[in-house]
Design a protein around this ligand. Structure first.
Ligand SMILES: *[C@@H]1O[C@H](CO)[C@@H](O)[C@H](O)[C@H]1NC(C)=O
Ligand SMILES: *[C@@H]1O[C@H](CO)[C@@H](O)[C@H](O)[C@H]1NC(C)=O
Ligand SMILES: *[C@@H]1O[C@H](CO)[C@@H](O)[C@H](O)[C@H]1NC(C)=O
Ligand SMILES: *[C@@H]1O[C@H](CO)[C@@H](O)[C@H](O)[C@H]1NC(C)=O
Ligand SMILES: *[C@@H]1O[C@H](CO)[C@@H](O)[C@H](O)[C@H]1NC(C)=O
Length: 395
C-alpha cells in the first residue's frame, strides 16, 4: 500500500535536493498493488446472466456477492467537486437472449440505491435457456459510453464484472469473443465469474476475462466476495497510457502486479546527459522521475533487454542516491555491490547505466555507459485506491 516507507525525515542541510539521512527508516522494496475496497474509485458495469442456465440459488448468491463487495465502498456515484474524488459508479445489466440495463452507470448515488436495483432486478431467473453473453457485454459498453458523456469521469478505470452461466453463439455473429477482445483493447478490465457447471464452458467464459481476472463460482459467497474484492482493488491499480506496469513475472500477465509504472525513452549521443534525463522524466506526468531499480526487474522487460538504460542513481554530496518525484528528497543507496569495473567512483559525474554488456562479454548490473545509444527509464507510481490520479487519458 505504501510506496517507500519513510518514517523519519532527517535531512542533510545543503544546497540542491536534500538527501534523506536516516537509512534505517527507508524501505527499498517496490510496492505491490494493494489497497482498500473502501476507497475504490472505478466505473463498474455488473453484467448478470439471468437465463435458466443459472439457478435461483446461484442468482441469490450473485446478489449477495454484489451487495457484500460494494457494501463497503465509501463513496458512490458521480460527485461534483468532492474533497475526496475517489468514488465508484456501478451500473447493472442483466441478459439472456437480449440484455436489459437495469441501472445506468451513474444512476446509483448511494449504496442503498444500488442495493435496491440489485434486490429488484436479480430476484428470479427468466424462463429461457437461451443466453447471449454478447448482448450483455454490448449493453455494458453502451452504458459506459452514455454514462461518460454525462459524468465526464474520463480518468476512472472501467471494469465489467460479468457473471455467466453459459457460452452460447460460439462461431456465429453472437459469439462474445470479439466484443470482449475489443473491450479489453480499450483498456477495460473484464472480471468473469463462471456459474457454469460444465468445466469446458467455464474455460470459454474464462477466455473473455482479462488475464488473472477469471473466477469460478463454487457457491461459496465468502470466497467469491474475497476474490472479486481483490480483483477490483487490483483493477484500480493501473498505469498511465504508454507506461508498463511492473509485475513479478513479465511473461505471465496474471502474475502479481507492482504499483510501479515505467516507460523507456531513447537518448542518443553525449548531448543528453543525466540531468537531461532527470528533467525529461519530470516533464512527463506529475510525479514522474528517473527510475529506481530496487528489485532489478527492468532488465526482464523485453523493451529494455538487452539495452543499456539510465536509472535514477547518481553520486551527489558524497554518496549514491536515488531520484524521487520532484520536490521529494533523494534517498541514499544501500547495500548494492555488483558494480561495473571502476565503479562506483567517488568523483563520478553521476550517471549510472543498468545492465550492460562490455566488449568482452561480461555483463554488469550498474556501471558507466559503454556506447552512445541508450534508453532512460522514467517511473511513476501507479494509481490505486490509496493514490487518486487524474491522468488525462481515455480509459
Ligand atoms: C432449460 O433446460 C433445462 C435442462 O435441459 C430444462 O429442464 C428446462 O426445462 C429448460 N427450460 C426451458 C424454458 O426450456
Ligand atoms: C501466472 O501467475 C499466476 C498467479 O501467480 C499463477 O497462478 C499461474 O500459475 C502463473 N502461470 C504461469 C504459466 O506461470
Ligand atoms: C571486461 O572488461 C572490463 C572493462 O574493460 C574489465 O574491467 C573486466 O575485467 C573484463 N572482464 C573479463 C572477465 O575479462
Ligand atoms: C575519477 O577518478 C578515477 C580514478 O578513481 C579516474 O580514473 C577518473 O578519470 C576520474 N574521473 C573524473 C571525471 O574526474
Ligand atoms: C500514495 O498513497 C500512500 C499511502 O496512502 C501515501 O503515503 C502517499 O503519499 C501517496 N502518494 C501520492 C503521490 O499521493
Amino acid at each position: 500500500m505504501i510506496a517507500f516507507v519513510i518514517q523519519t525525515m532527517l535531512q542533510i542541510t545543503t544546497f540542491g535536493s536534500p538527501i534523506l539521512a536516516n537509512q534505517k527508516s527507508i524501505s527499498y522494496e517496490d510496492p505491490i498493488c494493494e489497497g482498500n475496497i473502501q476507497n475504490l474509485w472505478l466505473d463498474v458495469m455488473v453484467v448478470v446472466d439471468k437465463s435458466q442456465q443459472m439457478t435461483n440459488a446461484q442468482l441469490w448468491q450473485v446478489r449477495n456477492t454484489i451487495t457484500q463487495v460494494f457494501g463497503t465502498v465509501k463513496q458512490f456515484g458521480p460527485v461534483k467537486y468532492p474533497k475526496d474524488p475517489r468514488s465508484t459508479c456501478v451500473g447493472v445489466v442483466t441478459f439472456d437472449e437480449t440484455a436489459t440495463t437495469n441501472a445506468q452507470l451513474d444512476a446509483s448515488k448511494s449504496f442503498s440505491d444500488l442495493y435496491n436495483v440489485v434486490q429488484t432486478s436479480l430476484v428470479q431467473v427468466d424462463s429461457t435457456n437461451t443466453t447471449f453473453l454478447k448482448s450483455g457485454l454490448l449493453a455494458a459498453e453502451e452504458a459506459f459510453n452514455e454514462g461518460r458523456t454525462r459524468t465526464y469521469r474520463y480518468n476512472y478505470k472501467k471494469v465489467i464484472l460479468v457473471f455467466a452461466a453459459d457460452y452460447q453463439g460460439e462461431g456465429t455473429s453472437l459469439d462474445p469473443k470479439k466484443i470482449a477482445k475489443d473491450l479489453k483493447k480499450d483498456n477495460i478490465i473484464i472480471i468473469s465469474v463462471s456459474c457454469a457447471s460444465d468445466p469446458k464452458t467455464a474455460e470459454k467464459i474464462k477466455k473473455i476475462a482479462s488475464p488473472g481476472y477469471s473466477f469460478v463460482d463454487e457457491m461459496n459467497t465468502a470466497k467469491l466476495v474475497g476474490q472479486v474484492t481483490n480483483a477490483l482493488i487490483n483493477a484500480n491499480c493501473y498505469c498511465p497510457e504508454d507506461y508498463e506496469q511492473y509485475r513479478i513475472d513479465y511473461h505471465n500477465s496474471s502474475s502479481t502486479q507492482y504499483a510501479i509504472c515505467v516507460q523507456g525513452f531513447k537518448a542518443t549521443g553525449g548531448s543528453y546527459g543525466y540531468q537531461h534525463a532527470v528533467e525529461y522524466c519530470q516533464s512527463q506526468e506529475k510525479n514522474t522521475f528517473l527510475a529506481n531499480e530496487f528489485t532489478y526487474m527492468l532488465a526482464t522487460f523485453p523493451a529494455y533487454n538487452p539495452s543499456e538504460y539510465y536509472i535514477g542513481l547518481s553520486y551527489q554530496k558524497n554518496q549514491w542516491v536515488w531520484e524521487q518525484p520532484y520536490g521529494l528528497d533523494h534517498i541514499p543507496l544501500s547495500g548494492y555491490t555488483n558494480w561495473g569495473p571502476g565503479f562506483p567512483q567517488a568523483n563520478s559525474t553521476g550517471q549510472v547505466i543498468a545492465v550492460q554488456t562490455f566488449d568482452n562479454g561480461t555483463t554488469y548490473q550498474w556501471g558507466p555507459p559503454q556506447s552512445n545509444d541508450w534508453l532512460f527509464v522514467c517511473q511513476i507510481q501507479a494509481s490505486s485506491t490509496e493514490n487518486y490520479t487524474d491522468w488525462a487519458e481515455s480509459l
